[in-house]
Design a protein around this ligand. Sequence first.
Ligand SMILES: [Zn+2]
Length: 127
Amino acid sequence: MPTYDYRCPDGHHFERLVPIADRDAQSCPACGAACARIPGAAAIGGVASAGLSREQMPQTWKGTGGADREYVRHLRHQWDGRQRLEEKYPELAGDRRAVLAHEGRYHDTPLRVGDTPPSAPTPPAED
Ligand SMILES: [Zn+2]
């Protein structure tokens, strides 16, 4: 049986050895609330951190501290490790489709290749 990581709505965190069939129906041992399984945690067993996901990586010049060499090297190292993990555990990779738009109304949910763009906003009526 695999071990899964859970976090309840109150923030209690625990690990539990459960059959795969029961992995999504666990309740918090501290407060009894239904818990969300933390994805991928079982697969990463033993590794301290899976590193930043593609979405969490700095995307801008500013995000890398003006491309500070030490920081970029650190990121690259972290990213290499992450890529190796993603090769082994593809579910960590998430959505890899290219992002077409990520500003304005797409800030929270980037528009990706294959997505249907929400209908264009109605232009203001002209007199
Ligand atoms: Zn709880």
